[in-house]
Design a protein around this ligand. Structure first.
Ligand SMILES: [Zn+2]
Ligand SMILES: [Zn+2]
Length: 259
């Protein structure tokens, strides 16, 4: 039996999936994830069920609208990509431009969505989840997903970036969304102490926005929250407390006989 040329690619994908699944299984069995759970008793089946419904509605409506908008913009020539090879610093600069502009856009619109007049109509559905899980990423009203998802087509209409930059933007969006709603703190203990990393949000940062409702509005960075004084005052102490649990991931039992 002759396979197509892409069979090697399929095999590689299969290996990657198996690798990730094995990693997840080892993580579950070893207690790795349990020790890093931000709100250990936060999961509610009822909320999860609602999230499935809202995620399906939003994916259908906004996937259609944003996809359609992007296709239309490309057809009209509003969006085009630079397909020429580019130096790594050029791709880095374009990516940084997207990263900080989206962060600014998200922070200010997110704060606006918390104003009572807008909250009910746009942002309330997303806040039904007090203890987020990855599905919470998609559990937003169609209007909110249009506001957030509309940034990329608008950005691409203003700036012509290289296709390699675009290849970085899409996964960033997906990975950040899933990570900050994961419910698990996977970043190292020193994250908020280092001047290089403390500017980037972690799962605990956004988890606290869901748990306490106010503060920590940033989407990618803590910059605007630090500048505007909207970062939760106990956030860094709470982060340290959650990470301290990972020092002894196995719960201490009487007579465990550890050396
Ligand atoms: Zn919010
Ligand atoms: Zn959220």
């Amino acid at each position: 039996m002759f396979e197509s040329l892409s069979s090697g690619e399929h095999l590689l994908r299969l290996w990657l999936v198996l690798f990730l699944l094995t990693g997840l299984a080892v993580g579950v069995v070893s207690g790795y994830f349990r020790a890093r759970k931000i709100q250990p008793n936060g999961f509610r089946w009822k909320t999860f069920r609602n999230e499935i419904v809202f995620a399906a509605i939003t994916l259908g409506i906004s996937g259609f609208l944003i996809g359609g908008l992007q296709t239309l913009f490309r057809k009209w020539g509003w969006i085009s990509f630079n397909g020429e090879p580019a130096a790594w610093w050029r791709i880095g600069a374009e990516y940084a431009l997207y990263f900080f502009l989206f962060d600014t856009y998200f922070y200010w619109l997110h704060r606006l969505m918390h104003k009572p007049a807008l909250y009910r109509w746009i942002h309330k559905i997303h806040h039904l989840s007090v203890s987020p899980n990855p599905l919470t990423t998609l559990s937003v009203s169609p209007l909110e997903s249009l506001i957030n998802g509309g940034f990329v087509p608008m950005f691409l209409a203003v700036f012509t970036v290289h296709d390699s930059t675009m290849a970085l933007i899409v996964p960033t969006n997906i990975i950040m969304g899933l990570y900050v709603h994961s419910g698990y703190e996977l970043m190292p203990r020193w994250w908020n102490r280092s001047w290089a990393t403390k500017w980037f949000i972690t799962a605990t940062f956004h988890d606290q926005h869901h748990r306490f409702f106010t503060g920590n509005y940033g989407g990618y960075t803590t910059i605007w929250d630090r500048l505007c004084g909207t970062m939760r005052p106990k956030f860094e102490a709470d982060f340290d407390r959650i990470k301290a649990r990972t020092k002894s991931p196995v719960p201490q039992r009487a007579g465990s006989g550890a050396a």
